[in-house]
Design a protein around this ligand. Structure first.
Ligand SMILES: [Zn+2]
Ligand SMILES: [Zn+2]
Length: 1103
């Protein structure tokens, strides 16, 4: 092999010896050599430098020997002649044998120039064979008409083994055509029409004016393309005939297609025209930008796909006159629509290598569109798609046979029938519905269906997903009357806002786009839309935009938008805020007129503060009523006069504290003190009062008010140094400074004072500072002061030790100690032996000296030992009475009586009767003074009857009784008592003043019998009894006496002293109160009006 241009050394190609000798060889393609060997081998080798000598393929078609070979490169064929008497045809690209021809003795092969015929020298002469049939074929739906020999056309259907029809022709046709009812073939300007049946009878022949390049049929009409025009006519009769286009300016027809209703053609000037076969006239004419090369119509005629001169594919919808681009390969040579009725609008575009599927959607949220389905499908070599049905392509190859192949997308569905993605890519929603089971699948299906506006499917899916919100939204979208509005609403559901906007803008209600952007808060776009759609809404939208910007902190932009929105409510506030934020303080403040709300003022104050415009912030804060904030800002500004002005309205302690510090630093102590006090810092206030102002009284006052321990300590130190130990100690105790107080008291020798203060504190507070009291007690114990030690132990609740120490002190004559001991014993409720110890001490059991019995009485009463208390009271009264202290005795009994009653006890008879007697004596003296002689006489005679109980005054009492009885006319009583006085035990003690008088009474003797004592009813049984009788002779009850008259009480004239609650005869008490204004029993002042009458006396009659 020699490279001619370079004259190099030749390259020798050596082959395997088994091939034999080279019988023939020939170049083909781009640098390949095909060699035939005598041993029957056929070998293709490459001469490219990189792969030189590399065998592309190797065959042994004639094992008995190869005689000759020849190549028809255009037909992709090589022919070999063998010693076996056969000629074999091989594909050059596939390297395989395709056909075998019988030609005994054949050699010297020669191809015709078009590669269709091959001649050979045979035994019988030169033989010529048809190597390759011309690719003459046509299809209607999946029905194909192909040339099976040079003069025979067969019509086949994919599902039938046998041809539907076979037509023998008189000539070799240059084209064939097939329709629903006919098959046609022709050459030059002639055409033959045969019925599509087994007999295939010829129904017509037609001669056209010029050569036919292509002919199309429907069931009735034929359309022949002759010299750039379409000749359209009925087939079986000559009912109608036309030639289009009529207008030469429409150019020359380059492609045409016929459906049942219409003829569609495209021209070299870009006209796409529809000629209606019923109306027999041109009905539609669309002008494309450049020449059309291919036209393909969907069976129904509702979509026309075309390929233009710029290698672009489009779909034209006659109904809407819209043109949709298809994303097809630039090398596209053909277009086929799927003829299967169940398929969505589906088409393939193809070239010699591959076919690509596309679905066409007329309605979707973004209008009509075409979308590629799956990856392109590779086509077998040399084969060309003829028809497409249900994703299956019928292919026609150079060998004249029909081949079938499934497109990628459809093959995927066949492989995986449940693949939702594959089904959705083909828009097979019905099957997809069955395949969608899981929620994510349903969602995907729903969204895909919604995108394509398949509302029914989408609704079903969303319902199954229980997505009520989407169901409602999709229902609304489905019901919208305007298709674009419907699309917009669907896109909105999908969150495809730009698509939605586009659709809304095309609809009858473009404002929906604005509404959508507003509700999405996409203010800039909303504003753009509003500018054209609804200029009146611009200010409102600008305001909302401004608010959003302000919220996100883009204040400069917010300011600009607020300006755009001027006139809107609240804009002024926004403007003010943003101006302040942007540092334009003057403008911001100028916007805050009287109408500015408090909230706005507060906001602005905060803004100014954060921007360090403190004076302005302070002034706004004050305007907004934020006095504290304002004051704090003035503090930061050291604007003290202003702070002082604001202080009365400020409660925050820190402001006052700051102010106070400032004032102190200025030396204005009085103001500082006041501020410290308000700030709750009494320590600082006291410090200034003591150290700077020298006003200790005020310091003391502050300490007393605040009880602040630290302040108290300061003041105490000051007072102590000034010599006022009492006040100092007082303050320390008050403020609970225990250790300081104790230490101070110890040093100052004021421990007793401390104890008293502590005790007073305990009394007023109710809670004794126990630990301190014990400490004080221990101090006195150490000092051997039994009384004080005991007293404080008692106050601290240490009763036992207290009583011991107190009795010890009392034993050496400390009177107060005994009283405190009684208190301590009385308080120790659970330690009765202490009371016993004290009583024994008082009774003198220990030292033989009886002490004050009233203490015993107090102890018994306090301890609730009522019987013992009553006994002691009677005993004490007896002693008093013996000594002639009748009033004291009376009062002792009265007190005991009242305390016993107050403690729920009933005073014993001994106490009551003695009290009655003593009270009768006191009453008698009262009535003598008041001149009530009869009453005095009766009472004195009651006393005289018990004269032994008044030993100290027996004679004077009897003397008064005689005199009073005499005055009252009680002669016999007077005589009886006077006789008593004449007895030797009394006579020597008679007052000489009365001696003669008494003697004369006795002398006169019992002359006049006295009137009997008046009666009144017994309050119990109503038996009439003498007025002064205190025991009923009938019911044997003891009767209560009247505290005013001494008579027994009666039911219907009964009252009580409002103070001591002793009973009285109401009339008698009232009469007494006319001259005396006090109760004769308890001595309390009583108003007549305060006396009440009682219905139920039972409680007061129990005696
Ligand atoms: Zn009675
Ligand atoms: Zn009274």
């Amino acid at each position: 092999m020699l490279r001619v241009s370079e004259g190099d050394e030749p390259v020798e190609l050596a082959f395997q010896p088994r091939y034999g000798q080279v019988a023939a060889y020939e170049w083909f393609g781009d640098g390949y050599i095909l060699l035939g060997f005598t041993a029957g081998f056929l070998v293709a080798v490459s001469t490219h430098p990189k792969e030189i000598g590399h065998e592309l393929f190797q065959l042994q078609p004639h094992p008995s020997g190869l005689k000759h070979m020849a190549i028809a490169a255009d037909a992709d064929l090589a022919a070999t002649a063998g010693a076996d008497g056969q000629i074999k045809l091989h594909s050059l690209t596939a390297g395989e044998t395709k056909r075998v021809l019988n030609a005994p003795g054949a050699t010297n092969l020669t191809w015709s120039s078009d590669g269709q015929l091959i001649s050979a020298s045979c035994t019988a002469g030169i033989a010529v064979f048809l190597a390759c049939l011309p690719t003459v074929a046509a299809a209607d739906s999946s029905r194909a008409a192909i040339l099976t020999s040079l003069s025979e056309v067969s019509v086949t259907e994919p599902n039938f083994q046998e041809p539907l029809s076979s037509v023998r022709l008189v000539v070799e046709p240059s084209w064939v055509a097939v329709g629903p009812a006919h098959v046609a073939a022709g050459m030059n300007n002639r055409a033959w029409f045969h019925r599509l049946s087994l007999s295939a009878e010829e129904v017509a022949t037609k001669e056209y004016l010029s050569r036919v390049s292509c002919l199309k049929l429907n069931s009735r009409v034929a359309a022949a393309l002759c010299a750039g025009r379409v000749h359209v006519h009925t087939i079986e009769d000559v009912a109608a005939e036309a030639v289009v286009p009529e207008d030469e300016s429409d150019g020359r027809v380059t492609a045409h297609e016929i459906t049942n209703e219409a003829l569609v053609y495209g021209t070299d000037v870009g006209v796409l025209a529809i000629f209606h076969l019923q109306q027999w006239r041109l009905v539609q004419r669309y002008r494309h930008s450049c020449a059309l090369k291919i036209v393909s119509t969907e069976a129904s005629g509702s979509r026309v796909a075309f390929l233009d001169d710029h290698h672009q594919v489009f779909i034209f919808c006659p109904l809407t006159e819209s043109v949709i681009a298809v994303d097809a390969s630039p090398s596209t040579e053909g277009i086929l629509w799927d003829s299967w009725p169940g398929e969505a609008a589906f088409l393939v575009t193809f070239d010699s290598q591959q076919a690509s599927g596309h679905v066409f959607l007329r309605d979707s949220v973004r209008g009509s569109y075409a979308e590629a389905v799956a990856s392109p499908t590779k086509l077998p070599n040399g084969q060309r798609p003829l028809w497409l049905a249900g994703g299956e392509m019928g292919l026609h190859g150079p060998d004249g046979r029909l081949n079938r192949i499934m497109l990628e997308g459809h093959a995927a569905v066949l492989r995986l029938p449940d693949s939702l993605d594959a089904l959705l890519s083909l828009r097979r929603y019905k099957e997809a519905w069955s395949a969608a089971v899981e929620r994510p699948q349903l969602k995907k299906l729903a969204e895909a269906a919604l995108y394509d506006m398949e509302f029914e499917v989408a609704l079903r899916a969303f319902r199954r997903l229980k997505d009520a919100g989407m169901v409602r939204a999709v229902e609304a979208a489905a019901e919208a009357e305007d298709r674009f509005e419907s699309a917009g609403m669907a896109a909105l559901c999908l969150g495809q806002y730009d698509i939605a906007e586009h659709a809304f803008l095309q609809s009858d209600r473009p404002s929906a786009a604005l509404e959508m952007r507003s509700s999405l808060l996409e203010w800039p776009r909303a504003l753009e839309l509003a500018a054209s759609l609804a200029p009146d809404q611009v200010p409102l939208l600008a305001k909302q935009f401004a608010q959003q910007l302000e919220f996100t902190g883009e204040h400069a932009q917010a300011l600009a938008q607020y300006e755009r929105a001027s006139g809107q409510v609240d804009c002024r506030a926004g403007l003010a805020r943003c101006a302040l934020r942007c540092g334009d303080v003057r403008r911001g403040l100028s916007l805050l007129d009287e109408t500015a709300s408090v909230d706005l003022l507060r906001e602005c104050a905060t803004i100014l503060e954060s921007g360090r415009h403190l004076p302005e912030a302070a002034s706004l804060a004050e305007r907004a009523g934020l006095y504290e904030r304002a004051a704090e800002l003035h503090v930061r500004l050291k604007n003290w006069p202003k702070v002082a002005q604001l202080l009365p309205r400020v409660t925050a302690p820190r402001v006052h504290a700051q102010f106070a510090k400032a004032k102190e630093a200025e030396g204005r102590y009085a103001e500082a003190v006041a501020a410290y006090v308000t700030a709750g810092d009494p320590e600082a206030a006291v410090r200034l009062l003591l150290e700077k102002l020298r006003r200790p009284e005020e310091a003391v006052k502050i300490v007393k008010e605040t009880r602040n321990p630290e302040a108290a300590k300061q003041v105490a130190r000051f007072l102590r140094s000034a010599g006022d130990a009492t006040s100092a100690l007082q303050l320390l105790v008050w403020c609970g400074c225990a250790s300081e107080a104790f230490e101070f008291a110890r040093q100052a020798g004021e421990m007793a004072l401390l104890g008293r203060l502590l005790a007073a504190e305990a009394a007023s507070d109710g809670a004794a500072p126990i630990a301190q009291l014990l400490e004080v007690a221990r101090h006195f114990e150490a000092e051997q002061d039994a009384f004080l030690a005991g007293k404080f132990l008692h106050l601290a609740g240490e009763s036992q030790r207290a009583v011991q120490l107190l009795l010890k002190a009392a034993a050496v004559g400390h009177k107060e100690a005994l009283e405190v001991a009684v208190e301590a014993a009385a308080a120790a409720q659970h330690e009765p032996h202490l009371a016993d110890q004290v009583i024994q001490f008082i009774c003198g059991d220990l030292d033989g000296v009886p002490k004050d019995f009233s203490l015993v009485l107090r102890l018994y009463l306090t301890r609730g030992q009522l019987e013992e208390a009553a006994q002691v009271a009677v005993l004490m009264a007896e002693e008093e009475q013996k000594a002639g202290n009748y009033r004291a005795a009376h009062d002792t009994l009265l007190t005991a009586h009242q305390q016993l009653r107050a403690r729920g006890g009933s005073p014993p008879e001994a106490l009551r009767s003695r009290l009655a007697l003593l009270h009768s004596y006191i009453l008698a003296r009262l009535h003598v003074r008041r001149g009530q002689h009869l009453m005095a006489a009766r009472l004195l005679s009651r006393v005289a009857a018990n004269i032994s109980k008044f030993p100290a005054h027996a004679v004077p009492i009897l003397t008064s009784a005689v005199i009073e009885c005499g005055r009252a006319g009680l002669a016999s009583t007077s005589f009886r008592l006077a006789s008593m006085l004449m007895r030797p035990m009394h006579r020597p003690h008679l007052d000489p003043k009365y001696k003669r008088k008494i003697e004369s009474v006795v002398r006169k003797g019992l002359r006049d019998p006295e009137a009997p004592e008046p009666t009144s009813p017994c309050p119990h049984c109503l038996q009439p009894l003498p007025e002064y009788e205190l025991a009923c002779s009938r019911c044997k009850n003891n009767l209560p006496f009247c505290i005013a008259t001494g008579k027994h009480v009666v039911r219907d004239d009964f009252t009580l002293c409002p103070h001591c609650e002793f009973p009285a005869i109401a009339s008698g008490f009232s009469e007494l109160l006319e001259t005396e204004n006090v109760c004769p029993m308890c001595g309390a002042e009583v108003e007549t009006a305060a006396l009440s009458t009682l219905e139920d006396l039972s409680e007061y009659l129990k005696v």
